[in-house]
Ligand binder design. Structure first.
Ligand SMILES: Cc1cc2nc3c(=O)[nH]c(=O)nc-3n(C[C@H](O)[C@H](O)[C@H](O)COP(=O)(O)OP(=O)(O)OC[C@H]3O[C@@H](n4cnc5c(N)ncnc54)[C@H](O)[C@@H]3O)c2cc1C
Ligand code: FES
Length: 513
């Protein structure tokens, strides 16, 4: 780098040492320093903060691509350590793989199977890296199209083909006072893409002829099918897409629909299943109930739903019809404000809200996989209640209808603003639409280095760590359009996905965040 301004601790390191280069030190090597004993567990994971320290934003990528990231120690024996202490090697793993080799195995495009198998034989390897290598070895192929399974975040784990398909509306059903279902199929009867229960499609809608497109996501609410897709839309007062669909799309109407996408899907296995929803949040879990009923699942299935009253309780008859197909299916519905003619025991089971005491009364299993969807306040309450009941966090799967879950390491939590247009939205340049957040803004090359920076200017919920195309935390679905990379990522995302931290739009793009 030709720089001479470095001081000890410049890289954020705990130990500044002489010797021990990354191409000589192996995972599992043990060192005595002072009276403490250490073991090498993994290469250092760099994040954007090292770029800030060095005043060089490319630093995380440079450290990783140069094969000199540094490494982490596990403390085997605590002790006193001082500057000037000798570093004595006292042991090593049987399988010899250097820090540089292990680093390249995860971050470069070459994930050689024999290398992965060797790495997994090293007991000292940290659990996180082990999980990444297991995911790489399990991924069917290690070609560029499948992306890097070791780094791909769960939110981007089901990439879909970009683009929209024209589907024709074949049925419209009024499910409740404010909910319409639209069933669609291919006009020429061709098959649709297979849907995993819980996934959604993105609609491209043009509310005014010649005006801008809006993009809205809708969970597929019907039974699994490659002939029909059904969406169920809550019509909000003043809601752009909902109002347009109600007023202007009739039977035979044509809609532009994306491939099904999303990672909120029913997990296979025998665990009990809890489908927990409020309001229009019922749609993805209803698709799961359909799938369970269609396979006559023997799993314990608990349908828990909160609605205001019977008029605002869509799919009540449909759920009742599906339940008998399940040997161990039960349902429990709470109305927060039952009307005088709503019948307890028939329309609903209890007045009030879903709560810990309801969960205890219905015997919600702590071992269950819980699928949760509803308004933000409901989701927050339910997550807290499930945690206090002892349901493990990783078994609570959530779908968020307004944006996604953020990951912004090192940033002090600030009150979240609803997504909005940037302060100064240009009126030229490619349009960048953030579909989950319902925002479309113009790209301005002089204002943003990456799509991530534009998303941040709009307060769209984002995930990132390195911000230079190394870690894949920002990997997201590319719903339509094309992008270029600057800089190129070290390894490609899966086909159908993009890394927003190092990409710019080439034309109008729609992104699944
Ligand atoms: C993965 C995913 C799955 C989803 N699944 C479903 C689903 O199955 N069913 C479903 O109905 N929705 C679903 N959504 C939500 C859906 O995508 C839309 O966000 C929602 O339908 C609202 O869109 P809209 O255009 O009708 O309303 P918008 O125009 O986006 O308005 C949203 C809200 O803002 C209010 N508003 C709008 N303009 C103004 C204004 N000028 N002043 C004050 N308030 C205003 C509206 O009244 C409304 O309450 C899903 C979202 C995601 C991300
Ligand atoms: S934030 Fe690390 S690749 Fe984008």
């Amino acid at each position: 780098m030709g720089r001479t301004d470095f001081v000890h601790g410049q890289f954020g390191e705990n130990f500044t040492i002489e010797g021990l280069p990354d191409n000589a030190v192996c995972i599992g090597d043990r060192y005595r320093i002072g009276s403490a004993l250490f073991e090498v567990t993994q290469p250092r994971v760099t994040c954007y903060r090292v770029g800030i320290r060095m005043n060089e934003p490319r630093m995380p990528a440079l450290l990783t691509s140069s094969g000199r990231p540094g490494f982490y120690f596990r403390v085997l024996e605590e002790g006193a350590v001082g500057a000037g202490d000798e570093i004595l090697k006292v042991g090593e793993a049987k399988e010899r793989m250097t820090v540089a080799e292990i680093n390249a195995l995860l971050y470069s495009p070459n994930h050689a199977r024999d290398g992965l198998a060797r790495a997994l034989r090293i007991e000292a390897l940290s659990p996180g890296w082990r999980a990444s290598f297991e995911a790489l070895i399990e991924s069917e192929t290690t070609t560029a199209r499948s992306g890097n399974a070791g780094l791909m975040p769960a939110a981007a784990a089901h990439p879909a083909v970009p683009g929209f398909r024209r589907l024709v509306v074949t049925t419209i059903d009024q499910e409740a006072e404010d909910v319409l279902s639209l069933t669609m199929q291919c006009p020429d009867g061709r098959s649709l893409q297979t849907v995993l229960p819980g996934q959604y499609v993105v609609l491209r809608i043009q509310p005014h002829a010649g005006g801008p497109f809006v993009f809205r996501s809708y969970s597929l609410s019907g039974p699994p099918s490659t002939q029909h897709y059904r969406i169920s839309v809550k019509i909000e007062s003043n809601g752009v897409a909902g109002t347009y669909l109600r007023e202007h799309v009739g039977m035979g109407g044509v809609l532009d629909v994306s491939s099904p996408r999303g990672s909120f899907i029913l997990q296979p296995g025998g665990r009990p299943v809890v489908l927990l929803s409020a309001g229009i949040g019922a749609t993805p879990v209803l698709a799961m109930l359909h799938a369970l009923a269609a396979s006559r699942s023997a799993r314990e299935v608990l349908w828990l739903h909160a609605a205001r009253d019977r008029q605002h309780h869509p799919f009540a008859a449909e759920v009742r019809r599906l339940m008998p197909a399940l040997a161990h299916g039960r349902s429990y519905v709470c109305y927060s404000r039952p009307a005088s003619h709503d019948k307890i025991g028939e329309d609903f089971d209890a007045a009030g809200h879903l709560s810990r005491s309801v969960f205890e009364e219905v015997g919600l299993s702590r071992e269950a996989d819980v699928y949760l969807c509803g308004p933000p306040r409901f989701m927050a309450d339910m997550r807290e209640t499930l945690a206090t009941l002892g349901v493990a966090r990783e078994r609570v799967h959530v779908e968020i209808f307004n944006g996604g879950e953020a990951m912004t390491p090192g940033v002090v939590a600030a009150p979240m603003r609803a997504p909005h247009l940037p302060e100064e939205d240009a009126n030229t340049g490619p349009l960048v639409s953030f579909a989950r957040s319902g925002i479309t803004a113009h790209w301005k090359t002089t204002a943003y280095q990456s799509i991530l920076e534009l998303a941040e200017a709009c307060d769209v919920s984002v995930r990132w760590s390195c911000r230079t195309g190394v870690c894949h935390n920002c990997e997201s679905g590319l719903i339509s359009g094309s992008i270029t990379y600057q800089p190129d990522p070290l390894d490609s995302p899966a086909a159908g996905n993009l890394l927003i931290c190092c990409s710019r739009p080439q034309d109008d793009v729609v992104i699944d965040i």
